[in-house]
Ligand binder design. Structure first.
Ligand code: SF4
Length: 180
């Protein structure tokens, strides 16, 4: 089993897909290596690319606040994305990019062994569970290959639709309970 720092180091040098061409920094993920909860978004954005840290832009602020309101410390969870480099102009990651990057996420999951995995939004839901619609699947617990999942809204979606914010917090509260 690889250490989380070794995985980070490998990602930092990765040129497996074309997303390596335009990145400023890789964004491997951050948080507790003993996390009970792993939160997985789609891909890094501009701020994340600039800093090498996940969820530090506007959506990241929403996520951090929603976690706090749900009684979860951001430093206690592990936060990452399906792909570790920013797609140009924030386009969706392509299938082959997701496929080439998938091994790193798998390594992180095997190393951290979280009690619950939280896909954020449609893209992460589709990649991790093969399901399409977050609005139908959020808040449900899924078991797949011996792992427990509970998807919820991407925090960015709650910026454009504020009505979703309490739902995100409610889901995170349930995730906190399920993770113990
Ligand atoms: S997105 Fe993943 S596979 Fe592609 S270059 Fe970055 S780390 Fe490597």
């Amino acid at each position: 089993m690889e250490e989380i720092e070794n995985i980070k180091e490998t990602i930092s040098k990765c040129e497996r897909c074309d997303l390596s061409n335009n990145r400023k920094n890789t964004v491997p993920g951050e948080g507790s290596k003993d996390a009970d909860i792993m939160i997985i978004g789609e891909a890094p954005g501009k701020k994340e690319d600039e800093t090498g840290r996940p969820f530090v832009g506007r959506a990241g602020k929403v996520l951090t606040e929603a976690l706090e309101k749900a009684g979860i410390k951001r430093s206690d969870v592990f936060i990452t994305n399906v792909v570790k480099c920013r797609p140009p102009k924030n386009r969706d990651p392509k299938k082959d990019e997701i496929k080439k990057c998938r091994g790193y996420l798998e390594d992180q999951l095997e190393t951290i062994e979280p009690n619950i995995i939280v896909p954020l939004g449609n893209s992460a839901l589709k990649t991790l569970l093969g399901q399409q619609r977050i609005s139908e699947k959020r808040g449900e617990i899924f078991e797949k290959d011996g792992r427990k999942y509970m998807p919820t809204y991407h925090p960015a979606a709650t910026i454009y639709n504020r009505k979703l914010r309490p739902e995100l917090i409610k889901d995170l509260e349930k995730i906190g309970e399920e993770s113990r």
